[in-house]
Design a protein around this ligand. Structure first.
Ligand code: ATP
Length: 935
């Protein structure tokens, strides 16, 4: 191996990294070389992969296999952003000017308060950034590699040159690879080449004159592209920034991170800011006209503008969404796009796969039916049963994993479930592991079978074809030697391709209709039924005509597998129904199996419920489908491509659709759905990329839990907005109305800023911890376009704000009238206390506080008590009196302030009681649910 000191690689200066340097050099021309030569150059044995220690050593030298991220906002930049608000700058300027001509303490206190405000803003933004970064980390891609002779799943960023990667349809190509073995492998390279038609790959070296275009390198697979069909193995030749994608990777992270709600709030905030500025201008003018000091009036008006303009709303919404998204990870829902959190509450239909989502995906074979004879696992197998079991074990991609350390890993992306037996775990699609174990129970070991009848070619499973075929070399050699092909798949997909019934003594006639009837009868019991078939070939068929050779097959038998519904699914279906959400099952499985499971889960109420099959669906035009889609709860034998039509039909009727999916073909429907939901364990990278929510446990109940959490978070955002804006409205009313009532300006600028700081900071954020409202899953979904301020929130903000302002002014007028010298301290205190009372009262939109209990949101209780303590400190700590321009209040003065707060609390409780009564009356009136009840 020659070293090239000038080559740039992942470790350019390291003489200890010949493989890495070689990789960089060979990566350029990898398509021209023989795989064996390349493997030797990269120091790897293609049969065992790199040793784990060697992979770790190379990782240390080469760095992570990731693209240099667009730099995260640094803490300093984040802090600086907090001071960029125009009004804050104006305030600082005004404070400095007033300090120069008057009291320096005023200026200092204002500066301190502004800094504290910035710190709170910084902490909020930082927490949001952290939460988002943690989510991105969780969503990071995985890759399946061969290391130390073991197949294992590792984070894609740990790949190094020399790794042998296993790929299958749906995988994102994790690094630049030279392909070594392929089976019908196709790659969508549009991300790199712009070519939207998937490219068929091969593994032979290309002639030296092959052009430099990536699209011409048919034996390479490049990072960032996706496998759409088949399976392959590839040798990593370049990682990270050395990949072709890395070379053009400035395009990352350009996605707009703000959510629709944030954008709407920001736009609304800008309009509101203008109104508030107008009001502040009026206040300033009125004050000056009344002979107040213009500088003081300017400071008051600007302070009010700073306090009342809700510039922090979008940031707080991010915090609430991001914290909510983090909480959702705890119950296995990973949010990939933040806006999904706020829109989850609007879902009206959840379209879910059956296998693994509504069912456990822990399959076992119940029986095998061949030539009219039943065989059940554990029994000795007759010759025809044995041949069927051989087919089941050989036409099968499950792999045995001896070591227990990779318990969570699977060789292929659809395959994280595992079955253990005494020899170790079988990894693979649960349907297939169940078949391997069934064969084993009859003494047929897949490992021995694979050795005796090695697979030489295959037509992989694909959920549109619903079958797969593998080709095996028969032992013996000589003239009699040939090949046997085994096919397994859905009975309707396999039987039409069968010619006869195989028996050990020769072919027999095949009663296809009787077999299909038997398959239906098994499916009606909720069993998953597969047909098995074989065919011998003298020569290995042409790879291009594989579809043609899945013909004239010899039928072997039907195997029926049990896949029980998940225990929690039925309750989740009930939750959905009470929350006005319609659960719909869309499956590739047999209609009878689908109906039986749907009935058991309560998705349909009777065994006569209509089931629409993919074939029937294909015959309906869009209008006809729209006419049916609201009655159908179960779709069977549906191609993934048809899911998109179901989504569109539902959306055309005004539904907000969540749709699950796991395969490559599901991606368009996942993208089209309002909330695409991908499977975290069994799903493909492509499906995950296309979705906004990933179920880490593939469980239907998790979607329902996510919807519940989405509703809670949205409620809390509304509560925050209600609380913050009512407080602001109270402050504005107080200062705006005072001159009209011939009262002096009630508050100092410091008071206004202080109230804004202590009330908006902690208590507002503590609303993130507010538990879900009682009955949150008993109310209908929120219309997606409904305003955040719907259901009387505007009126509440204005009216309760007016009440707070009125109470402040009443206290001021009374204190002035009765000669209390502490009137300003009293107004200051009333303003803080009423806001604390208000936040406690609006913890629920309907339930009274005494039913919630103060202890049900301890962070909020703590924040309120802390705010009270701080407020009392400004009044009663002598050192703070001159700073805050306060005086200690007497007991009766303080009692009056608390009385005012109590009044605000009482009025809001009355408002809620009124709303409860109205909701109750409305419920009795609603007779017609949105979606017709299940048949
Ligand atoms: P769902 O869509 O709810 O996940 P599903 O697993 O039945 O259900 P697909 O994976 O599309 O959906 O499978 C469709 C049909 O193809 C199955 O009902 C089965 O008959 C057949 N099938 C599934 N897996 C295999 C396999 N590994 N080999 C051969 N045939 C299979």
């Amino acid at each position: 191996m020659t070293h090239n000191p000038t080559s740039t690689s992942c470790a350019p200066d390291s003489p200890t990294a010949p493989e890495a340097q070689t990789a960089a050099r060979w990566a350029e021309s990898a398509h021209l070389h023989d795989v064996e030569a390349l493997a030797r150059a990269l120091g790897v044995d293609l049969h065992t992969g790199l040793a784990p220690q060697e992979a770790a050593r190379r990782a240390a030298l080469c760095g992570p296999n990731s693209l240099a991220q667009v730099r995260r906002r640094s803490a300093l930049a984040l802090l600086a952003e907090q001071f960029q608000d125009f009004m804050v700058l104006v305030l600082l300027a005004a404070a400095v000017v007033s300090g120069l001509v008057g009291e320096i303490t005023d200026t200092l206190v204002i500066l301190v308060i502004v800094v504290l405000n910035a710190v709170i803003g910084f902490v909020q933004a930082w927490r949001a950034d952290q939460a988002l970064a943690a989510l991105r980390q969780l969503a990071a891609a995985q890759a399946t590699v061969l290391r130390g002779g073991q197949v294992q799943t590792v984070p894609a960023h740990t790949l190094v040159p020399g790794d042998v990667v296993l790929l299958e349809a749906g995988n994102q190509i994790p690094a630049d690879l030279r392909l070594l073995q392929i089976a019908q492998f196709q790659v969508d390279e549009s991300a790199l080449t712009g070519e939207s038609v998937p490219v068929a790959k091969q593994s032979a070296p290309l002639p030296p004159q092959t052009g430099g275009a990536l699209g011409d390198r048919s034996n390479m697979a490049y990072k960032g592209t996706t496998a759409t069909l088949g399976r392959a193995r590839g040798l990593v030749v370049a990682t990270g920034m050395h990949t072709e994608l890395g070379k053009i990777a400035q395009l990352l992270d350009t996605e707009d991170r703000s959510t629709p709600l944030q954008r709407r709030l920001a736009a609304f905030g800008r309009r509101l800011a203008l109104v508030i500025l107008g009001i502040c201008l009026v206040i300033f003018a009125a004050g000056v006209l009344r002979g107040e000091d213009p500088l003081r009036m300017a400071l008051t008006a600007i302070s009010l503008a700073v306090a009342a303009i809700p510039e922090a709303l979008p940031a707080v919404v991010t915090v609430l969404l991001a914290l909510g998204a983090r909480r959702m990870v705890a119950f296995h829902a990973l949010v990939r796009r933040l806006p999904a959190v706020e829109t989850l509450g609007s879902v009206t239909v959840i379209c879910s796969d059956k296998t693994g989502t509504l069912t456990q995906n822990r399959m076992h074979a119940e029986l095998l039916l061949a030539c009219g004879e039943r065989w059940t696992p554990g029994e000795p197998a007759s010759p025809v049963h044995a041949e069927a079991l051989r087919a089941a074990a050989l036409c099968n991609d499950a792999v045995r994993q001896k070591s227990a350390e990779n318990g969570e890993n699977g060789e292929n992306g659809n395959s994280t479930e595992e079955e253990r037996n005494e020899d170790g775990a079988w990894l693979g699609d649960p349907t297939e592991t169940a078949l391997v174990l069934a064969a084993l129970s009859a003494g047929l070991d897949k490992v021995a079978l694979d050795a005796a009848l090695p697979r030489v070619q295959e037509q992989p499973f694909d959920s549109s074809r619903k079958r797969m075929t593998t080709f095996h070399r028969l032992p013996g050699g000589g003239a009699s030697a040939g090949y046997v092909a085994y096919t397994k798949g859905a009975p309707e997909s396999v039987l039409p391709r069968c010619r006869s019934q195989w028996t050990p003594s020769g072919d027999a006639a095949l009663e296809k209709s009787a077999v299909l009837a038997a398959a239906s009868a098994l499916a009606e019991q909720g069993l998953r039924v597969l047909a098995l078939a074989r065919r011998e070939h003298a020569r290995l068929p042409d790879t291009n005509d594989l579809a043609g050779v899945e013909n004239a097959l010899q039928f072997l038998g039907l195997v029926a597998l049990i896949d029980p519904p998940r225990a929690e699914a039925a309750a989740a279906v009930r939750d959905c129904q009470s929350a006005g959400i319609v659960p719909v099952m869309i499956t590739g499985d047999h209609p009878a199996t689908a109906r039986a499971i749907a009935l058991r889960l309560g998705i349909v109420a009777s065994a006569e419920a209509p089931v629409l099959t993919g074939k029937e669906l294909a015959e309906l035009d869009d209008a006809a489908l729209r006419a049916r889609v609201e009655q159908v709860r179960v779709y069977a034998r549906v191609d993934p491509a048809q899911k998109i039509r179901i989504v569109e039909a539902l959306q055309a009727l005004g539904h907000f659709v969540a749709m699950t999916g796991d395969g490559v073909n599901d991606a368009p429907a996942l993208k089209r759905a309002d909330i695409g939901v991908a499977m975290g364990r069994g799903g493909t990278d492509v499906a995950r990329e296309a979705s906004s929510l990933v179920l880490l446990d593939d469980n239907f109940a998790t979607i329902v839990a996510a919807v519940r959490e989405g509703r809670r978070i949205y409620d809390n955002i509304r509560k925050f907005v209600r609380y913050a804006m009512t407080g602001n409205s109270g402050e504005i009313w107080t200062i705006f109305l005072a001159p009209f009532l011939l009262l002096p300006i009630p508050l100092q600028p410091i008071h206004i800023l202080w109230v804004n700081l202590v009330t908006d900071g902690l208590p507002g954020l503590a609303l993130a911890a507010e538990p879900a409202e009682a009955g949150i899953m008993r109310r209908p979904p929120r219309p997606p376009r409904e305003s955040l301020f719907a259901h009387g929130m505007w009126q509440h903000i204005l009216a309760v704000g007016l009440l707070i302002g009125g109470l402040c002014l009443a206290v001021q007028a009374w204190a002035l009238h009765t000669g209390h010298a502490h009137w300003q301290t009293m107004v200051f205190t009333v303003l803080t206390l009423t806001q604390m009372a208000h936040i406690l009262a609006i913890r629920s939109e309907t339930q009274p506080l005494w039913r919630l209990g103060l202890a049900s949101n301890l962070p909020l209780l703590g924040a309120v008590l802390l705010t009270l303590a701080l407020q009392l400190a400004t009044i009663y700590v002598p050192a703070l009196n001159p700073i805050f321009k306060t005086q200690p209040l007497s007991w009766d003065e303080l009692a009056l302030c608390f009385g005012a707060a109590l009044l605000v609390y009482a009025v809001v409780e009355v408002e809620k009681a009124w709303r409860r009564r109205r909701a109750c009356a409305a419920r009795t009136k609603v007779a017609e649910p949105h979606y017709r009840p299940g048949t």
